[in-house]
Design a binder for this molecule. Structure first.
Ligand code: SF4
Length: 252
């Protein structure tokens, strides 16, 4: 099984970004010379202190754009980038990525916020982010979590979607994509996954995805999403991998 590697290191040179592992970190000069930095925030959660720092970075008349992946996009002059990265780090914020890793994790408000929720979403998003941030992958990997079947996060439209069931369990979809010219829904592959099993199951899916992308590398090219790999391997390989993990992890 392919062992997952992580690399959160990159260098801002003053002109651009350098990253040995090839992860595309979300710091990029725009057509007008202004630099956009996208800030990672699983589930779109920021503390008041973090929001204050984002406001300080862009300045009183600056702009912060919320993105569809629940991140904050800051637009600042190039000469302010190095200082901004230090300010972000000081309040526990990290730069999001655009390609070759797990993207910022989308989650609805879930338990404690939404009266309809069947389970936790935001803490799970944070746990998954802590585990898989900066994991080196073949291409984008988007995770979405919904707290009930109203499905405000659209879990079927992600590479991997989790939906809370009653009694602390989750249903799992894989292989969706919401963007591009050919959006598609993922497939429901398992119900009844306990919270403690989510991290090992996601890890095994990422390993199986990475191994499949390596196996069919030439046919898939350099931008293989999970749904591309699934077209080659079939769903059964992933189902078996998931069942293997579930049979060896305890259910609490
Ligand atoms: S998916 Fe359900 S729990 Fe989550 S915000 Fe929508 S209604 Fe609330």
């Amino acid at each position: 099984m392919t062992e997952l590697q992580q690399d959160s290191n990159f260098q801002w040179t003053g002109e651009g970004l350098e990253c040995e592992s090839g992860i595309h970190w979300a710091i990029a000069e725009q057509a007008n010379g202004i630099v956009a930095i996208i800030v990672n925030s699983p589930g779109g959660i920021l503390t008041g202190k973090q929001v204050r720092v984002l406001a300080e970075i862009v300045g009183e008349d600056g702009v912060i754009k919320n993105t569809r992946r629940m991140t904050s996009l800051l637009l600042i002059p190039k000469e302010k980038v190095a200082a901004a990265l230090e300010q972000l780090q000081a309040v526990g914020l990290r730069v999001a990525n655009l390609h070759k890793s797990v993207r910022n994790i989308a989650a609805c408000p879930g338990k404690g916020f939404s009266p309809n929720s069947r389970g936790d979403t935001l803490e799970l998003a944070k746990m998954l982010d802590e585990e898989f941030y900066a994991t080196i992958l073949p291409w984008d990997f988007k995770i979405g979590i919904s707290g009930c079947p109203r499905n405000c996060t659209g879990v079927q439209c992600h590479d991997l979607g989790l939906m809370a069931e009653p009694r602390g369990k989750y249903s799992l979809w894989i292989g969706g994509t919401e963007s591009g010219m050919n959006p598609k829904h993922g497939t429901l592959v398992r119900k009844g996954i306990s919270r403690d099993q989510v991290i090992p199951v996601v890890k095994r899916i990422l390993e199986t995805y990475t191994a499949g992308a390596e196996e069919f590398g030439l046919e898939l090219g350099s931008k293989a999403r999970l749904y591309h790999v699934l077209e080659k391997t079939g769903l059964e390989r992933f189902k078996q991998a998931i069942e293997e993990v579930l049979s060896t992890t305890s259910i609490k």
